[in-house]
Design a protein around this ligand. Sequence first.
Ligand SMILES: C[S@@+](CC[C@H](N)C(=O)[O-])C[C@H]1O[C@@H](n2cnc3c(N)ncnc32)[C@H](O)[C@@H]1O
Length: 224
Amino acid sequence: MITKTDFPIYFKEYGPPNQSPENWTRKQFEHFLTFNLSKINESSSVIVVTAANAPVQRILRDVFDISEAWRQDWNYTTDKTSKTLGGNASSLAVDDESFDALLLHNSWEHFEGDSDLDFLKEAARVLKTGGKVIITPLFFGLEGFVSTSPECWPYKYRAASEPPQFREEVPLIVNNSINQRYSQRHSVKLLLRHFNDVARLSPKIMRHFQCPRFWSISPLLSSS
Ligand SMILES: C[S@@+](CC[C@H](N)C(=O)[O-])C[C@H]1O[C@@H](n2cnc3c(N)ncnc32)[C@H](O)[C@@H]1O
């Protein structure tokens, strides 16, 4: 457990009162998971994909001495001197087979239209052999659906003001109270189709039994 004095920026972003104590515990758990499952070390090259305000890149660099720690979000402007990438995560401006790990927290379910699958294809391109993309949490069920709040489409993200793209086959639920452009629970069928479409990745799905609210799962996709 990180305390207020261990890493003040981390606490300010995710600790109380900014976030609920429950969220604070959940965030630490997510970051602990992705760090451990990816097995990264000082010599690894890592992208924290869809990093938003999260100081994870700085923690990897300053606490874990990972000099090749990058961050990405479509709300960023690309600046390679600060290891920052903008644009859609489904099109990363980096070389083929150049990274050991891509870490995603609370975001793959927000990838609109085909960009969830396109991101997996991009991960397969960008990862070195044996590299890993960790997505946590992963929301899926027998039936899939997308929830959306049209009222927030124009302003939710600086980089996306057009209406989201939807898949015709996925049921849509309009719910303005969640304030999300696009929040998907993948159907098992769609998830398996995505995994089949990206032959270079071998998915592993892991369930966190000790954490009841984390009924969702972390797939660990390794490139082969
Ligand atoms: C719910 S936030 C999660 C932020 C952070 N990872 C965390 O755990 O606090 C989702 C983030 O994903 C970003 N995002 C959504 N779709 C994206 C895409 N296709 N490409 C890049 N960033 C995207 C948004 O800008 C937002 O910062």
